[in-house]
Write a protein that binds this ligand. Structure first.
Ligand SMILES: *Cc1c(COP(=O)(O)O)cnc(C)c1O
Length: 384
């Protein structure tokens, strides 16, 4: 099976992790600090604070935004559940905004319609790796005194109007899960230019304590103070070592993803009924996902999904509108019909395999398998 996404781990990565395991620090050590500072430099942000996964990054961003039970946070309907769940962790209310039909990015016009006096923040999800319209979102956020959070879990390595992802919103959240642009196994990061927020993020991941173990060691003191309720959401040093090693290859990974996407675009131009999402001018897409719409009267997305899987092509669907999940429906009372563009797009979308080590012949295999889906959708073969 050709997977829809996959990590790229080489001998350098393995060596770096082994070195970290042999060192004095397995966690909260120098590798974590080095990964944070190199990551901050890469995304052109003043501060980067590592956490144990992307979900914790979003949770931390909600806390640093001052989101509490009295607030609403606007999130796009099409995203991974973690984006909206992070709002629930703070006892706040996720309000779903619809997406643009061509890109499936949050629709700024619908964001405007969803703002109420309780709104505290907007989460921009750079869906599939394509940066949102940060010009429009920044303007809305500033006008209504809202915090702009980027869920950039898909878009590390991308840029918008020559500004790197990671420096586009007030708080920018990343995931280092194996299918994401770079991996530490599990891991996450939040970047911000705000020193106060950076300090909050650090307390959040370390029990709400004002200084970590390494800092206390350096200062020759046993004293610490827990100033607020925090968590243990830290990244380990051997994960940070892997992250550093992966970060050095991120540009290569992105370049290869772009090549694969370009090849898909040209090969799919001649396949009727398979429509790649629109790419926007003026931004660098990170191509975490390559999403197409199956738009054909004789072939549903689910038929295409099954026929591709049967041909060894590991396609996937990203994502069902979050509020259609049963928890959101049964426990929280959200109803279908909230975001009609997202709901109809969901019926058609399919993520094709894309990952840096994907070969050109695998790309051809995927496209041929897609063509076969249509052959087999003729009425005659359907009856057989
Ligand atoms: C992966 C992902 C997350 C969560 O990241 P984890 O590291 O798996 O916790 C959140 N939002 C989006 C859009 C993601 O793709």
């Amino acid at each position: 099976m050709i997977p829809y996404g996959r990590q790229s781990i080489d001998e350098t990565d393995i060596h770096q992790v082994i070195e970290a395991l042999r060192s004095d620090w397995l966690t909260t050590g120098p590798k974590v600090a080095q990964f944070e500072s190199e990551f901050a430099r890469y995304v052109d942000s003043a501060h980067a604070v590592s956490v144990c996964n992307g979900t914790a990054a979003l949770h931390a961003a909600m806390l640093a935004s001052g989101v509490d039970g009295s607030h609403e946070v606007i999130v796009p309907a099409i995203t991974f559940v973690a984006t909206a769940n992070a709002v629930l962790y703070q006892n706040a209310t996720p309000v779903f905004a619809d997406v643009d039909p061509e890109t499936l990015l949050i629709d700024p016009a619908d964001v405007l319609r969803k703002i109420t006096p309780r709104t505290r923040a907007i989460v921009a999800v750079d869906y599939a790796g394509q940066p949102c319209d940060y010009h429009a979102l920044r303007e809305i956020a500033d006008r209504h005194n809202l915090i702009l959070i980027a869920d950039a879990c898909h878009s590390l390595g991308g840029s918008w109007q020559n500004q790197p992802v990671g420096s586009l919103a007030d708080l920018n959240c990343f995931s280092f899960h194996p299918v994401k642009p770079l991996t530490t196994g599990e891991g996450g990061m939040v970047t911000t230019s705000c020193t106060t927020m950076a300090a909050q993020l650090k307390r959040f991941r370390g029990h709400g304590i004002d200084a970590d173990f390494r800092k206390r060691t350096q200062q020759v003191t046993h004293r610490y103070d827990m100033v607020e309720l925090g968590y243990n959401f830290r990244l380990t040093d051997f994960q940070a070592a892997l992250g550093l090693s992966q970060l050095a290859k991120l540009n290569q990974f992105c370049a290869r993803r772009t090549e694969i996407a370009d090849q898909y675009h040209s090969l799919l131009a001649e396949v009727d009924g398979v429509l790649p999402l629109q790419r926007l001018p003026g931004s660098q897409h990170a191509y975490h996902l390559f999403v197409v719409r199956i738009s054909d009267p004789h072939l549903t997305r689910d038929e295409a999904f099954e026929r591709l899987r049967n041909q060894g092509v590991g396609v996937n669907v990203h994502y069902r509108p979050v509020y259609l999940n049963s928890y959101y429906q049964k426990q929280l009372g959200y109803r279908a019909g909230l975001c009609p563009v997202a709901e109809s797009a969901y019926e058609q979308i399919l993520s094709l395999p894309i990952f840096p080590e994907m070969t050109s012949s695998q790309i051809l295999t995927v496209v041929d398998a897609l063509k076969n889906c249509f052959l087999r959708s003729q009425p005659l073969s359907k009856a057989g």
